[in-house]
Design a protein around this ligand. Structure first.
Ligand code: UD1
Ligand code: CA
Length: 466
């Protein structure tokens, strides 16, 4: 497969070339002041390194190679088999990091994209443009840059009088004159593999004792190659996260991108500035998101819903025409036309079937509420199976925990639980039965029965309504 680094130019070359990617992620990220490796910090619910992997994944013929070092095991555990790994035991700089991949890729890839794991906003589309620029040029390296006013510790792109790139100088070693340059190195490159492997050995050690990958640009120029830089229009793509201040800036941009994508696909977002949608979430057409709403994890929201204000939904499946107000839902399922809130809490395993209504201060855990069942005011339902069209009176509680274990409650269809009913589990209530206000139900109640009192006793049989 290898074509020995020979250039074909133009579009067809992809058919002959094997393209690989290296993502550098070995640094500790000292400036983050964190116990966790920098690249595992999340942006919109996914680690930075995950975003970097998504950007390259559509362009490569081989699995991307991550250079890991600080917290290598944690990074491997988090990413798994989506990538291959090369270990950089000592962090001697970005140039040294790339050289750690030599044994994995030398002879296997012709073209190599190199990016940094701390650049979560760089788009796959831009890397595609970089690849195209590289393939159409005579130079063994193509780079990316952007212009702007925020230096954010970036390397500066130095050009000669005619505007040709002559090198990249790192902020730490730049002269006061060079620090004024307003063209910055993004940190994404495309190399001819053979030239890369040969040239890495020539990188000199910096005054700080590191081998800078960026020195390869100056090296290529010295060898007489005209290095070209893809200038990225959107400077946000280049946000490299070195500190938690940068992390917040990146989060904000990612949030805006996600919100705009949903708005363009037919979701109304009243206040994008206070709407936090993670990247794994899906939302149906004509749903309206009210302010201060957080949609996280693998959440799926259906069509024509109203979500928020002040609502958090985590790993939950929500059907169509659902209305959620000021509530928190975690690992739950909510079917079509459910209405909820304000101030409800669905916990793991809560399943509300079609048309269920939860009013104020309801909590449901590991329970099914059947179609059209209503729970209007401050109740707790846990480990219960509740039928269709049940009225759960104000203050009803499943006393599911006896101090040792959780016990189940079963309620049939069309049951009427009076206000303040205590269901001391394990307990069953048959179809159409009724409990009086304040009843403490300690024994099973057959169908069509009225029970009253503490403990609840059978008062009389009820006539079946149909
Ligand atoms: C780097 C660039 C700079 C560019 C900026 C863009 C170099 C020398 N400088 O600077 O020109 O403007 O990114 O964001 O490349 N890493 C390793 N091993 C190491 C050192 C770093 O894997 O020995 C990894 C880090 O984990 C990180 C990435 O490489 O993901 C970049 O390193 P970092 O120290 O953040 O470089 P910058 O100072 O930001
Ligand atoms: Ca960086």
């Amino acid at each position: 497969m290898s074509q020995g680094g020979q250039r074909y130019g133009g579009h067809e070359s992809r058919n002959f070339m094997t393209i690989a990617a290296i993502i550098l992620a070995a640094g500790e990220g000292t400036r983050m002041r964190s116990k966790r490796p920098k690249v595992l910090h999340p942006i919109a619910g996914q680690s930075m390194i995950n975003h970097a992997l998504s950007a390259v994944s559509g362009l490569v013929d081989l699995p991307p190679v991550l250079v890991v070092g600080y917290g290598a095991d944690q990074v491997r555990e988090s990413i798994g088999t989506q990538a291959e790994y090369a270990l950089q035991e000592e962090q001697l700089g970005t140039g040294h990091a790339v050289s750690c991949v030599r044994s994995k890729l030398e002879g296997r890839a012709d073209t190599i994209i190199v990016t940094y794991g701390d650049m979560p906003l760089l788009r796959g589309r831009s890397l595609g443009d970089l690849l195209a620029l590289h393939q159409s040029s005579e130079c063994p390296v193509a780079m990316t840059s952007f212009t702007g006013d925020k230096a954010r510790m970036f390397g500066r792109v130095v050009r000669d009088d005619r505007g040709h790139v002559i090198g990249i100088v790192e902020e730490a070693v730049a002269t006061p004159e060079q620090l004024k340059i307003r063209e910055y190195n993004v940190g994404a490159y495309c190399f001819d593999a053979d030239w890369l492997w040969a040239s890495l050995k020539k990188i000199p050690i910096s005054p700080k004792g590191e081998y800078y990958l960026t020195d390869l640009v100056g090296l290529a120029v010295k060898e007489g190659y005209p290095v070209e830089s893809l200038i990225i229009d959107d400077p946000d793509e280049a946000i490299g996260v070195n500190t938690r201040v940068h992390l917040a800036a990146a989060e904000k941009v990612m949030r805006r991108r996600i919100n705009e994508r949903w708005m363009l696909s037919g979701v109304t977002i009243l206040d994008p500035a206070t709407t936090y949608i993670e990247s794994g979430v899906k939302i149906g057409q004509d749903t309206v998101i009210f302010p201060n709403t957080h949609l996280q994890g693998e959440t799926v929201i259906g069509e024509d819903c109203g979500i928020g204000p002040d609502t958090t939904v985590v790993d939950t499946k929500v059907g169509n025409q659902v209305r959620l107000i000021a509530s928190t839902l975690e690992k739950a399922v909510v079917e079509d036309r459910v209405t909820m809130g304000p101030y409800c809490h669905l916990r793991k395993g809560a399943h509300l079937q079609e048309g269920v209504h939860l009013g104020n201060f309801g909590e449901v855990k590991q329970s099914i509420l059947g179609p059209a069942t209503k729970m209007g005011h401050f109740s707790y339902i846990g480990d219960a199976k509740i039928g269709e069209n049940v009225n759960i009176g104000a203050g009803t509680i499943t006393c599911n925990y006896d101090g040792e274990k959780k016990n189940p409650t079963e309620i049939g269809d069309d049951v009427f639980l009076g206000s303040d009913t205590m269901l001391v589990a394990p307990v069953k209530i048959g179809d159409r039965s009724v409990t009086g206000a304040g009843a403490v139900v300690t024994r099973d109640v057959p169908p069509d029965t009225l029970v009253l009192g503490v403990p609840a006793k059978e008062k009389r049989k009820l006539e079946k309504s149909d």
